[in-house]
Ligand binder design. Structure first.
Ligand SMILES: [Mn+2]
Length: 356
């Protein structure tokens, strides 16, 4: 690996020049074409070492934008918002969202020009396809992830590419691009429900390897072998610094629906259980969403809406018959929620768009 390191690092430094360090970036000076090219390269890149180096550098670039005590993002009320729910390693689908022209030009260009903002609801990793994890579990049983691991390399290339795209967007457009923590944003597969909101998981692996690690545990095993423990800990620290909720002009959004009638203060102070209750909540069909909207918007809450991802829905999301709650997480294509600024009424200001 050492002999190729110089060559690999030169690729990274080229990419890093194109996605400039955040401190020198001004919105108007971001080269959109070049940013687009870098994102295109990331989407095709196959070399795990190069991508992890890129992610490693980008984690440094975004450091100044995160403070683990800030759980709430206040969005710009004057520009439209695109909400992108769970990604789960779907890098091509994510790029389709960025290249779509919802406001006359590619969304990534509108984003960098400050004309729109994007909120991504977390869950970057773990493909949600059982056959992939069956093959990876077998690979782990046979190799312990030492030597060649083509199946897990393929999965992790996609996961790390998604992370690189998200981090590059944050580094280039820090004021207009936001990511909230999802329950899968737990790269070490830790369990600390009370404070971190983290829980270990296996969704696609349990039937195959009842005794082995789930996909949550396979990821850190692979990273320790192929990338290193420093990277693992650095990435985990970033995940824990992610905010939990974003407040727009007439909506709020979090990874999962709220598990309780949280107040703004509960969320801002990350009171015990809040991180878990905004990232892991199983389908309660919007039981507490109206309470949270009321707590945040006061008497005007009836014109507002709550958007979450997390549980699978069809193309157009699911309202469970509730006007003020929209759950969107289309497991095939990514469906996005677009909230315009022409109307102040939630019902007429948003739409759900499957991206194909
Ligand atoms: Mn989730």
């Amino acid at each position: 690996m050492q002999k190729n390191l110089k060559k690999k690092l030169s690729w990274v430094s080229t990419a890093r020049r194109v996605v400039p360090p955040v401190k020198s970036v001004k919105k108007s000076k971001v080269s959109i074409t070049k940013l687009g090219q870098v994102l295109g390269n990331i989407s095709k890149e196959k070399d795990v070492q190069e991508i992890s180096n890129l992610v490693n550098g980008l984690l440094d670039d975004v450091k100044g934008y995160y403070n683990s005590k800030e759980a709430v993002v206040r969005l710009n009320p004057d520009i439209p918002t695109i909400i992108i729910p769970d990604i789960h390693a779907r890098r091509e689908e994510l790029l389709k969202v960025l290249m779509r022209k919802d406001y006359g030009k590619p969304n990534i260009e509108s984003l960098a020009e400050g004309k729109i903002q994007i909120v991504q609801l977390g869950d970057l990793m773990h493909s949600e396809k059982r056959p992939i994890w069956t093959a990876i579990s077998k690979e782990f049983e046979e190799t312990g992830f030492e030597g060649n691991t083509p199946k897990m390399d393929e999965e992790m290339t996609k996961c790390l590419a998604v992370a690189a795209i998200i981090l590059a967007l944050k580094a280039s457009c820090p004021e207009n691009f936001h990511i909230l923590k999802g329950n899968h944003d737990n790269i070490t597969d830790r369990t600390d429900k009370k404070h971190e909101g983290n829980g270990a998981f296996m969704k696609c692996t349990y039937q195959m390897t009842p005794s082995g690690p789930g996909e949550g545990g396979l990821v850190p095993e692979w990273i320790k072998q192929k990338v290193g423990e420093n990277f693992l800990n650095k990435y985990a620290k970033w995940e824990l610094s992610l905010p939990l909720l974003a407040i727009g002009r007439n909506f709020v959004t979090s990874h999962s629906e709220p598990a309780s009638a949280y107040t703004l203060e509960d969320i801002q102070k990350k009171k015990e259980g809040v991180a878990y209750g905004l990232t892991w909540t199983d389908t309660m069909k919007g039981k507490y969403t109206a309470d949270v909207l009321h707590n945040i918007f006061g008497s005007g809450w009836e014109n507002t809406g709550y958007v979450s991802g997390h549980r699978h829905t069809g193309d157009n999301g699911d309202t469970f018959g509730k006007e003020h709650f929209l759950m969107v997480n289309n497991p095939t294509d990514i469906s996005v929620v677009i909230v315009g600024v022409k109307s102040t009424d939630w019902k007429t200001s948003h739409m759900v768009e499957p991206v194909r």
